[in-house]
Write a protein that binds this ligand. Sequence first.
Ligand SMILES: [Zn+2]
Length: 477
Amino acid sequence: MPYIQFLGAAGTVTGSKHLVNTTNDSSGKQGFQLLIDCGLFQGQKEWRERNWQDTPVPARELEAVVLTHAHLDHCGWIPRLVKGGFRGTIYATQATIDLCSVVLPDSGHLQEEDAAFYNKKGASKHKPALPLYTLEEAQDCLKYFKPVEVEKTIQLCPELSFRFVRAAHILGSCMAEITLKTNGQARRLLFTGDIGRVRDSQIAPGKVVHSGPQEGESADVLVMESTYGNREHPHTDPRPELAQLVSDTVKRGGSVVVPAFAVERTQKFLFILKALMEAGEIPRVPVYCDSPMAIKAVEIYLQHSEEYTPRAAELIKNYGSPTGWPGFTFALTAEQSKKINDSQFPSIIISSSGMATGGRILHHLAQRLPDPRNLVLFIGFQAPGTRGASIKEGAHEVKIFGEFIPIRAQVAALEQFSDHADPPEMLQWLHTFTSQPGMTYLVHGEPQAASQLRDLMKKELGWNVEIAEYMERVDVR
Ligand SMILES: [Zn+2]
């Protein structure tokens, strides 16, 4: 009996990794072994430590990875998989591959920096602390990627084929429709990856990419994300609120610090700031985009204009590439990044990582959090256990580089920028299914979010829905 095993993003929102095995031989010596996504665990230590565990089927026995999109919690474990002996093919859209070519080496670089930092401070239990993988190892794994066109069927082996359909989440993102043929029976497995906003684009303004998710789907087994399973996004336009927050901060002489994911969220936020500035709704203060990766991602976005929303296309048409906008500074080098710290005048600083788990944002937070004139603005999901989550929840201090930093700055959050569908949006899409899936497994959600979504789907749709558990194996009947 073929099975699916949930190797990550089960009970949590990170570490997406689902094994499809065409036989029940868990040694991997028989049948075809396919991974859907290969993400990094982030957040709480309990989860992060799982990044060091091997896959239950040895990496060298895995034949292929189908990658839904380029966020680290979906692709960031690929270098480790390759390091562990994987020599198969990693299928992804061209835009996803382009993004991975900057996201993965950057992740390797951060892993090396972290290890070096812990070694210097002697703060690790492991002596010496080692990176999960290096920049070089991350670069090396790119040679296993193979571009796949959206909606084109790829035959992996006699039993397995797949095609990508749009997911509307980030540039290049797709869902994976898998067809599994064994014992004369064909079954369709749909892995959603992350699902983008479905409804009216007015409530998700600034969106750079648009298409998807595809209506009229069907599946025997649906494996679906549940990040926002227990929360609805505000249905208001965030732009007036954003304009007010920025104007108030500038008026009191403070700066706005925005932790933002380098891919998609940063671009989206830059687009919104530009539009608000041009409309005279926020003051023209310097905007610093302090993330080399975000800059590279901007360039990749410009190469994939086929995915733009009309609004994004219009902005680019009117004002050109964001890297050339007057007043917008893109800090590539560490020197340029440090210079931002010296600036005493009001400014807007957008930097990564989005959950303040690492990267240059830490320097900006350490510098700006103690001053009540400043504003720290969250525009993305903060996984429990991350620094971002504790700042957002109102902590009085936060540990950065081993030191406790007092939090006196204003802290605010705008939830409308999410690239994840909320329950009404998910239901709207699920209602378009042509038939009821035999079984739905919810992944990529905190336990509360997943259970609330399960209850809602049972009530509204009458579907069989279960919450996937970490390392759980389910037969595909
Ligand atoms: Zn994602």
